[in-house]
Design a protein around this ligand. Structure first.
Ligand SMILES: Nc1ncnc2c1ncn2[C@@H]1O[C@H](COP(=O)(O)OP(=O)(O)OP(=O)(O)O)[C@@H](O)[C@H]1O
Length: 838
């Protein structure tokens, strides 16, 4: 037990020896003359205390009191050590607070001795000091660093919170009834305010099962009102030189309640080196004993739980107690806060794997949305390296776009409506009341960095807020649960005025380091957290309802996670499908796109496939090129990606025609497009399609011919123009014979061409140019299929005559607009440069 325990053992031996000597001295004194009243009794009791001490220092501080040395009694023949019982339901009070240095020293000595006497991890110390702001605890810094001493509570709020936790600890200990409970040593270096003092006093009456020991300095406090009585407490009174020790509970020194008849000189501070050594030893032991392992979170049996009334999982531990968290009627939604690097991802992984291990995919499904650059949820989806996936995961968004987030929320709202119908049909109001065979799984949707979704004050943010509010309000009854996680909940403009309505539905708060924002402004419990710990609060974040939880580092347990995932994957139902995955950073490759590879010559009318929609299913972004006037594609924007989009679309169309049934007219008008067009022409020709190259003059000449029905030519003609705007001067000129301009002819082609299988696929480098070529706003339906690249949303709205269009141009994204079926969707356009024609 180290140097301290050895010192302690020596002290006990010295005490016994001193008692013996003192006894002999008293007997000699008694023989010599009349005994002092009560002294034989005193001697006998001291002797008994000495006998009790003959046993070894007890390891279990909650089973029975242990004798702890507090100082040395002065007697006629010198001194002897004085020990008082502590722990095991007994306590100590001193009438002067720790602003008297002797008291501070005594408290520190007792703390150190109790810690040294017990096995590591058996004692936790919580300090209170409203009078001197925790000064009494400063020399014990190594114990603070070791995690066995909490920072002192100095304000009424902190003290109240500490007492809340102590009362919870006491209740839990009484309830658990286990012999090896952790002892909570509450050390008040000065008396707290009356209400808190009364609560502290009540703890002294709680008995040994509560596993609480109170050291209270400054009791009874001066002032009116009287002090609450303490239970099972040895009381010390200090005079100028000595301490007078009252009768210890159960082992009184006196028969008349006068306490120890000898004055006592209290022990001084433990040596700084001793404290440091103890701190080091305890820190190492605490780390070992308190390490929460990922496997501790897992149930004995997989998929054994029912989600009828809610979902529960173990998040970590508080002290030695496991802490569970739930998605149920009381805590349907969670709010998680923590600065970057605080362990948010790890905590979410702990929760998600915990749920996945307890509940089968028929009981819970997961939608996982991440808005940051990172890899939070990648491990739930199949990859080249590891084909496994988490069978509960239905949709996973990695580095998601806000539009994807809104699409997920919209899908959830549809699910909500479906479930409302289901409940109605069964005549019940809650998921739990449905018959088991009709009960759908609960759905947990995690939105990491959700503030990104709500950032800005645009139409998208408003939609997201509306959806979130509705899901938060109604989700509880329908088994839809939300976890919103963020670095910060401040600065979310779109929430102004609605924050309360939304976050009021999130009673469960988890604050990681730097995550105080999810707690009440008066609750600063998260300020002192270290990585690996979180404040759990199921009362909407109010101070006083905190439980500090330590959770395991899932990153460090990557092998355990993978083993579990493979186990669950292997147990998936036959025919189970992997989650749909949206990777925001990914450029879709034509060869990997299932819609593109499935294109066959039977597709009629042909599809102009331009990319993938940013939605939950990753649906194809395409236009049907049917015979309706205006079925042409305009790709708009200065971004040269326009060339790639046209190329991919053309190749897709080529796949839908048997050789010889479609011809391709390529007009590379914009600078730098000739090589690309040549390359495309070769690819098309290799696939057996007739291809022609047109320059601007040839284009001008061909347009009128294309506007009129050909006789017996191939069924389709695609006029692919790279940089239509480059032809505007030529098109503006009027033909001296027909008096028609090229623009007139173009407009005729746009209207009549589709009727006989002619479609224009054009790249315009500006919206204004497109508008001019079409002949003004009234002709905008002459090209009904639009892919907008780097075109400002406002300008696009004007062109389309749509006032609330929400589009922010960005790399790798485009807006698809189909004026015929009123579709507007964000897409990831194809920009693949590889040779896709297999
Ligand atoms: N319970 C834990 N115990 C020990 N270390 C942990 C624990 N939780 C997280 N960490 C460590 O903290 C680091 C950050 O964790 P994590 O990636 O979860 O942070 P984050 O809050 O998601 O950060 P970011 O938002 O930047 O992704 C990791 O290196 C991880 O190993």
């Amino acid at each position: 037990m180290g140097r301290l325990a050895t010192a302690y053992g020596q002290a006990v031996a010295a005490h016994r020896e001193a008692l013996r000597r003192w006894q002999r001295a008293r007997q000699a004194l008694a023989a010599a003359g009349p005994a002092a009243p009560g002294s034989p009794e005193l001697v006998a009791r001291l002797a008994r205390l000495g006998t009790d001490l003959a046993g070894s220092v007890t390891a279990d501080l909650t089973a029975a009191p242990v004798p702890v040395r507090i100082g040395e009694a002065r007697s006629l023949d010198g001194g002897f050590p004085v020990l008082v019982p502590l722990a095991g339901g007994t306590h100590l009070a001193v009438d002067v607070d720790a602003r008297d240095p002797r008291v501070g020293e005594l408290l520190r000595a007792v703390i150190v001795r109790l810690l040294a006497a017990a096995p590591p991890g058996a004692v936790r110390v919580a300090g209170i000091d409203p009078a001197a702001f925790g000064a009494a605890f400063l020399p014990l810094r190594p114990l603070l660093d070791a995690g066995v001493l909490a920072p002192a509570a100095t304000t009424a709020t902190e003290i109240a919170a500490l007492l809340d936790e102590a009362e919870r600890h006491a209740r839990a200990a009484q309830h658990a009834g286990a012999a090896d409970q952790e002892l909570l040593l509450i050390v008040a270096a000065s008396a707290p305010p009356p209400r808190e003092l009364a609560r502290l006093a009540a703890l002294t009456h709680a008995g040994p099962a509560a596993a609480v020991c109170v050291l209270l300095a400054g009791w009874p406090p001066a002032g009116p009102g009287g002090a609450p009585p303490l239970g099972a407490t040895t009381a010390l009174r200090l005079n100028e030189r000595y301490a007078l020790v009252g009768d210890p509970p159960g082992q009184p020194f006196s028969v008349d309640g006068s306490g120890l008849a000898a004055p006592v000189v209290l022990d001084g501070d433990p040596a700084a080196g001793t404290v440091a050594a103890l701190g080091t030893r305890l820190a190492a032991a605490t780390r070992r004993a308190e390490a929460v392992r990922f496997t501790d979170l897992l149930p004995e049996r997989r998929w054994a739980e029912s989600s009828a009334t809610g979902l529960r999982t173990v998040l970590g531990r508080s002290g030695r107690q496991p802490v569970s968290v739930a998605f149920d009627d009381a805590t349907p939604h969670w709010l998680v806060g923590g600065r970057t690097g605080a362990g948010k991802t790890v905590l979410l992984l702990d929760v998600l794997y915990g749920l996945a291990a307890r509940y089968a995919p028929t009981e819970v499904q997961l939608h996982l949305l991440d808005f940051k650059e990172g890899v939070s949820f990648t491990e739930f989806v199949p990859t080249d390296r590891d084909p496994s996936w988490l069978p509960h995961a239905r949709a996973v968004g990695i580095e998601s776009d806000r539009e994807y987030g809104v699409a997920v929320l919209r899908d959830l709202r549809e699910e909500l409506t479906r479930r409302a119908g289901l409940l109605k049909r069964h005549g019940v109001t809650k998921l739990a009341d449905l018959p088991p065979n009709a009960r759908p799984p609960r759905i947990v949707t995690v939105v990491d960095e959700f503030h990104v979704l709500l950032a800005g004050n645009d139409a998208l943010a408003r939609q997201a807020v509306d959806l979130l509010e509705e899901l938060a309000r109604k989700g509880r009854s329908y088994g839809l649960h939300l976890v919103l996680a963020s670095q910060s909940t401040t600065g979310i403009e779109a929430l102004y005025g609605r924050a309360e309505a939304i976050f009021g539905q999130f009673p469960l708060r988890l604050a990681l380091p730097g995550g105080s924002g999810v707690l009440d402004p008066l609750n600063d419990a998260a300020k002192t957290l270290a990585v690996g710990a979180a404040v759990l609060n199921t009362a909407g974040g109010v101070a006083g309802a905190n439980v500090e939880v330590r959770f395991p580092d899932a990153h460090a347990a990557a092998n355990d996670l993978a083993t579990l995932r493979h186990e669950l994957w292997a147990a998936r139902a036959a025919g189970a499908r992997p989650p749909t995955v949206f990777r925001g950073y990914e450029t879709p490759r034509l060869a990997d796109d299932p819609t593109w590879t499935a294109l066959r010559p039977t597709t009629d009318p042909p599809l102009a496939l331009v990319g993938r929609t940013v939605d939950v299913a990753g649906s194809p972004a395409a236009f049907r090129l049917d015979a309706t006037p205006g079925r042409h594609l305009a790709v708009v924007g200065t971004d040269e990606v326009g060339v790639d989009v046209l190329r991919a679309t053309t190749l897709g169309l080529a796949r839908q025609h048997a050789p010889g049934t479609a011809r391709f007219l390529l007009a590379p008008l914009a600078a730098g497009t000739v090589d690309r067009a040549d390359d495309l022409a070769m690819t098309l020709a290799a696939a057996g399609h007739p291809v022609e190259r047109l320059d601007v003059a040839a284009l001008r000449a061909r347009i009128p011919l294309l506007a009129t029905p050909p006789g017996g030519a191939p069924s389709r003609t695609y006029l692919v123009v790279f940089g239509v705007d480059a032809a505007s001067a030529t098109l503006a000129a009027t033909d001296p014979v027909t008096f028609r301009s090229g623009h007139d002819e173009l407009r005729a082609l746009l209207r009549q061409g589709p009727g006989h299988g002619v479609h224009l696929l054009g790249w315009w480098r500006g919206l204004r140019r497109l508008g001019e070529d079409l002949g003004g706003a009234q002709h905008r339906d002459d090209v009904t299929c639009l892919v907008a690249l780097n075109v400002p949303g406002g300008e696009l709205g004007l062109h389309l005559g749509v006032h609330d269009l929400s589009y922010t141009p960005r790399a790798g994204r485009a807006l698809l607009v189909d004026r015929h079926d009123h579709r507007t969707s964000l897409i990831v356009p194809f920009v693949d440069d590889a040779d896709e024609q297999e």
